[in-house]
Design a protein. Structure first.
Length: 317
């Protein structure tokens, strides 16, 4: 009879870190590719509603096939509500808000605002998982928020624009979805978390995607952007990301996203022809500095235990 290997927290933390890096690399292209798919307001391509729910529909069909082929067990009754919460955040909230935002502002602007996502995820983790973060951590979170709002006001000529509110809403939705998915990843395989969330949303995403299918021709590059966000941003990226959060802890692994805004900004230059200026880089560095400092601050309390599934689960090989 084979015995399970003893838990190795240090090894799990390392695996979580590297899987987090992989997930961040896949997610870094989300903002530029969403902008590529939807186009700017002056030259619109695919409708943001179609990009957001169409990509979820494609990923949902792939998820359905994956769950059937792997004979994944059905979620328990207690797991359906958190799956619905995860779906509402990462299938609907984040893609829709981000899609409409990047039609009004460039990808570099959106990348700076989304730089707040690691701290937002850590804050959500601290609140939802009842982790006692230090005063310094909360001060860093406030400082990062103030910097992001200051940057948005500066780019908006002294006032915030509607797109900035959409971006901040996307950050909050993404953070809550990450934490909810991470908690579920302690009960089921992480790749099944995003797959079940997408399948749960399929009765809504598929009909809307069919109705919103573009009738006017769009550039091939727009379809390329759509294909990327459907396959990688909406599906495969979460395979790595949720497993990383489950192994290394959402409060800490989320800080790997420190790399994401820089990667997104750099990739927007060749993909979209956008230009970086020193002031924008300076704001991005300042925001990332608060994230880095927040990561260094101690989290005194251990996370609250994730409730186990109420029914025994048989994992498929």
């Amino acid at each position: 009879m084979q015995h399970a290997s003893p838990p190795n927290p240090a090894a799990d933390a390392r695996r979580g870190l590297w899987l987090g890096v992989l997930g961040v690399f896949l997610f870094a292209l989300t903002i530029p590719m969403t902008r590529l798919a939807g186009g700017p307001a002056s030259d619109p391509q695919l409708d943001p509603l179609f990009v957001a729910l169409g990509r979820a529909a494609v990923a949902g069909l792939l998820s359905l096939a994956y769950l059937m082929l792997t004979r994944a067990p059905w979620p328990t009754p207690a797991q359906w509500p958190p799956l619905a919460l995860t779906a509402s955040c990462v299938v609907f909230g984040f893609p829709l808000l981000m899609g409409y935002a990047v039609r009004e502002v460039d990808a570099i602007h959106a990348s700076v605002i989304s730089g707040l996502l690691p701290l937002a995820t850590a804050v959500m983790a601290a609140l939802v998982n009842r982790q006692r973060a230090s005063l310094g951590f909360w001060l860093c979170a406030l400082a990062g928020t103030a910097l992001v709002i200051g940057f948005a006001a500066w780019r908006g000529g002294g006032a915030l624009v509607v797109a900035d509110a959409w971006l901040l809403g996307a950050v909050l939705a993404g953070a809550l979805g990450y934490v909810s998915g991470a908690r579920l990843s302690a009960q089921m395989k992480p790749e099944q978390v995003i797959s079940w969330a997408l399948v749960l949303a399929l009765p809504m995403t598929l009909p809307v995607a069919i109705v919103a299918w573009p009738t006017a021709p769009v550039r091939a590059s727009a379809w390329l952007g759509f294909g990327y966000v459907a396959l990688f941003s909406m599906w495969l990226g979460f395979f790595a990301w949720y497993r990383a959060l489950a192994l290394g802890g959402a409060l800490r692994v989320s800080q790997v996203q420190l790399l994401q805004p820089f990667l997104s900004m750099l990739l927007a230059v060749p993909l979209l022809g956008e230009k970086l200026d020193l002031a924008t880089v300076g704001f991005a560095l300042a925001v990332m500095g608060t994230v880095w400092l927040g990561r260094r601050m101690p989290a005194a309390g251990a996370p609250a235990p994730v409730p186990p599934a109420k029914e025994p689960r048989v994992s498929s090989a």
